[in-house]
Write a protein that binds this ligand. Structure first.
Ligand code: MLT
Length: 242
């Protein structure tokens, strides 16, 4: 069964949970792993991320889309292009808590964005119990996450729930990813903070082949690493930048 949870707070047990926060947490995680960070520790809150700080770790995250006070990086994917070490710690408003919740509920957790859409589909081949988890924006359903859930659902084999069909209908309503992201609640905060270039960046499709996957939980944080390449695909760890 392919199902969709329209909010991160609606995560339920599943064989594979695929967490989606296109603007921007899962795009940032994907690009960080593709850029050379070996591990991304996803924290449930800013305070939890701060508690994970060590001299070797880089802290990234946002509050209201702006860089969290005292953090090394914000939540723009491109800020991860030049890794400062092996480990990135990330805390965000909706996407990071959705990943932490999925880690507690699902047998397997993957992280999806438009940037690695084809690689995610390759990873999902043969899976039978898939829950596409849309993080949402400020606890409300957001177009950009449902858009990607619909794009993924439409390419997967298997029975679909009504929620998956609704997501597919949303995806079909937009001629391209930029239009969907532009129309979303997630884009509003980015424009307010002068970060609108992140919208076009996150709308790029399948520019990296890396998929973040939950390895373990460490001090309450979800530790993500790059999943081994799916059968028939070679990992592309060199992001193509527009
Ligand atoms: C979130 O987790 O709410 C988002 O990633 C916010 C953002 O765009 O930074």
């Amino acid at each position: 069964m392919i199902d969709v949870a329209f909010l991160g707070t609606a995560v339920r047990p599943a064989g594979t949970a695929v967490v989606i926060d296109v603007l921007r947490a899962t795009s940032t995680i994907t690009l960080a792993l593709a850029s050379g960070y070996e591990r991304v520790l996803v924290a449930g809150s800013i305070d939890e991320a701060t508690a994970l700080r060590t001299p070797q770790r880089t802290l990234a995250g946002e509050v209201g889309c702006a860089r969290a006070p005292g953090f090394d990086l914000g939540n723009s994917p491109e800020e991860t292009l030049e890794p400062r070490g092996a480990e990135l710690v990330l805390a965000t408003t909706n996407g990071a808590p959705a990943i932490v919740a999925a880690a507690a509920a699902a047998d397997e957790v993957l992280v999806a964005s438009l940037l690695n859409m084809a690689a995610v589909l390759a990873q999902l081949a043969g899976r039978e119990d898939i829950l596409l988890v849309c993080a949402g924006t400020d606890a409300k359903v957001s177009i950009e996450d449902v858009y990607l859930a619909g794009r993924l659902s439409a390419k997967l084999d298997g029975e679909r729930s009504d929620a998956a069909r609704i997501a597919e209908a949303v995806a079909a309503a937009y001629p391209n990813a930029v239009d969907a992201l532009d129309a979303s609640a997630g884009a509003v905060g980015l424009r307010r903070e002068g970060l609108e270039s992140d919208i076009a960046f996150c709308a790029q499709e399948s520019i990296v082949d890396v998929v973040g996957r939950l390895s373990e939980t460490v001090d309450g944080a979800a530790l993500l690493t790059a999943a081994p390449a799916a059968a028939g695909s070679e990992p592309n760890r060199t992001p193509l930048i527009m």
